[in-house]
Design a protein around this ligand. Sequence first.
Ligand code: BES
Ligand code: ZN
Ligand code: ZN
Length: 495
Amino acid sequence: MFTVKANWNKDKAEEALLIGIWSDHKKLEGIAAVLDEAFNGHITELLREGDVSVMAKSVTKLHTFGIVGAKRLYFIGLGRRAEATYESIREAFGKAVQMLKREKREKAAIVLETFENDRLSSEKLAHAFAEAVVAGSYAFENYKERSNERDKKLTEITVYSSDSQTGAGLSTGHAFGAGINTARNLVNTPGNLLTPKDLARAAMEIAIKYGMEYEILEREDMERLGMGALLAVSQGSDEPPKMITVKYKGRDTWDHVLALVGKGLTFDSGGYSIKPGANMHEMKSDMGGSGSVLGAMEAVGRLKPKTNLLFVIPSSENLINGKAMKPGDVFTSLSGKTIEVRNTDAEGRLILADAITYAKEMGADYLVDVATLTGGVVVALGDCTTGALTNDEVFFKQVSQSAGHEGELLWLLPSHQPFKDMLRSSDVADLNNSTGRLGHAITGGLFVGEFAGKTPWVHLDIAGTAYSSKPSNLGPKGATGVMVRTLARLAMNFK
Ligand code: BES
Ligand code: ZN
Ligand code: ZN
């Protein structure tokens, strides 16, 4: 997909050439100056007149009429040098990629050095660009008759750069982008076409592709082991539940294991505590946590970090039938702790409870769970910020630094004792799965934390961030692939 070439010159034939342009340049330098000269100073003039925009994330296209080798120039506005961030440049790349996609271009080239500033190395820029190309040109292949006519795709990209790290950056960005799209595809798939067995198959396929070990527990295995919480949720469905685990061995010994646990609820009707009808169809995205985990698995498979990873996905539907769990029912989880189900719609924490316990049994030393867990987190943090909880500030710092590095927004919620006390309000069981509206993003997360115990744990509630009602510079509306980059970065840098 990407070819790195050292020397650009104005006679190189290209279909589409991407060039960065800062708003605070004094006069055109380097490549832009070369182009300007070829155009007898007209680019300077267009800039002065505002016909070529230097505003951050704007893209202006110029036809060259054969004056230089490139047929079309795409000036990507970057704003002021001092204000540019990794994320703003990544989005600017995304904007340009989407323009190329609309124009059905199959080939493009970029001069990477025109995007450089003091804070962004060629490697980081190459990463951002490759990621923007892969994730920014994403479209979900839907089920409409006409959309079966396949679009032309951007597949041949030349990156002009003389930096030796550019290739590495492109590979990382490509892998991260592929991971994001893996998550998006899973999350966008309707609930009838992605049931727990389909999710298990998707995990298996990635595991096999990259030579990872996997295990899928069936209902009978769960009964033998005592996974009462996951089994409780699946009672109401004809589709059998699956407990999916994949091991990635990046070290000689199976120690220092980082477990990534993702909620794989392939459809959440709420159960007997049924959800309102209006937006229930969006609950096909309730396996978003497992999407992020499998997206990270795809990226890891490509990049092969020296970290031991355990991927765990508890998967079930939450439906209603004569056997479904009911409010007031009590179940014994794999940990031995008993749970009173006060609300059948608080099912994510139930399946995660057994997944966390199982991850520890399989050797997890560190736990991150990712889940579309609560509507409460959407009210608190909106659709741009993922809510977090932790029992270990040092481990949380590693996770939040990974998020910061990738430009994903994360905010830590408090784990104060009164919230933990609320979980112990059942008269008949150790834990109550639903303590009401007050602080319920926090109590929901802390419920999962009860099963992590003393093992360092971070919870990521992506109920607001996994699915978007509007398109962005890096993709269409629908599944976002949130937290794939954070998890993949964490896996890459894990110490
Ligand atoms: N899957 C939902 C949470 C959710 C809400 C995800 C909105 C995405 C968008 C979860 O299982 C749920 O229903 N949570 C309840 C918990 C409550 C009953 C304690 C909620 O948030 O209302
Ligand atoms: Zn629910
Ligand atoms: Zn749910």
